[in-house]
Design a protein around this ligand. Sequence first.
Ligand SMILES: Nc1ncnc2c1ncn2[C@@H]1O[C@H](COP(=O)(O)OP(=O)(O)OP(=O)(O)O)[C@@H](O)[C@H]1O
Length: 335
Amino acid sequence: MSSQIVAQLGALKTRYFPHGIAPQWITIEQQTVTLRLPFLLSQQGLHEVIEAAGLSGWQWQLAPQIERLRNSQPELPMRTGNVIVVSSGKGGVGKSSVTVSLAIALQQLGARVGIIDADIYGPSIPTMLGRASDSLQFTSRNKMIPQQVHDLQVNSLGYLVADKDATIWRGPMASAALQQLFKDTDWPQLDYLLVDMPPGTGDIQLTMAQKLPVTGALVVTTPQTVALADAQKGIAMFNKLDIPLLGVLENMSVYQCPSCGHQEAIFGDSGGAQVAAEQGVPLLGQWPLFAPLRESLDQGVPYNRQHADSAIAAQMRDSAAFLTANLYYQRHDRV
Ligand SMILES: Nc1ncnc2c1ncn2[C@@H]1O[C@H](COP(=O)(O)OP(=O)(O)OP(=O)(O)O)[C@@H](O)[C@H]1O
């Protein structure tokens, strides 16, 4: 029976498992199938697998064993796990909100997660996570101790300099500051480290991306035409740097009324999906413009942390899990 299930799962072709599930990821004991995947899987993803394999009579369990993948600078010592840069061609599309929400979602799925806030134009992560006025502590060896907020490990330019000081920095200073946040922080063992980059695709972003050991990148956009053109520039930038593009996340896809749940495509329809299709990269998700999301971030408690059981929090976990699967498939064949 076990070998039959392993064969059935191996032959599956789903969104998450374009090549099926490898036999070494599956353990079967009594009536329980355990998936020890090298990336994360959401409940929705697991449900898809169970349905597609026709194995709903079994107990299922996820025990992820996240793999540390090759990055753009393999010679650097790595405690920080897989480094994922979050970028946007255009400001204000919700890059920082997406970074925070994805970090919470990854952590809810069982990963150890850190965030570097390198947005020199407005390091907003400390505000979104609360405790913005906390100052950094240092180890006896003068390394920065990351802030521990909502079970995430965080360091931000916002903890180091006043907003207005960082905004006038030029490329080399911004790049040096990012490297310092990366190298001079006493990061614990992490599975994923998300880097909130400054918006845009100019020299600053290019240099910053080149100096980090990057495992993969994602581009955040809204469905607006102007944001889409900028998203394409972002994709081109990562292609030029030979950094795997993990996908496009369409934020503020539709306006969702907090009272009745009605959805309205006020910024246009599925633009992010079109860009993803044109560029041949995955669409990681289409998140609604949802006022309670902004309100909770303004109060320093991310919405999906506060409402972990909500439909939006589940959608965010699905995007986060899909991101990790794409990261694995893009990097694994070259490890
Ligand atoms: N899906 C959403 N629903 C509601 N509000 C959102 C959503 N995404 C982002 N926002 C809000 O929009 C504003 C801008 O978002 P955010 O600061 O994350 O954008 P950004 O792209 O990082 O901006 P910047 O270019 O300044 O770095 C914030 O007030 C945020 O709370």
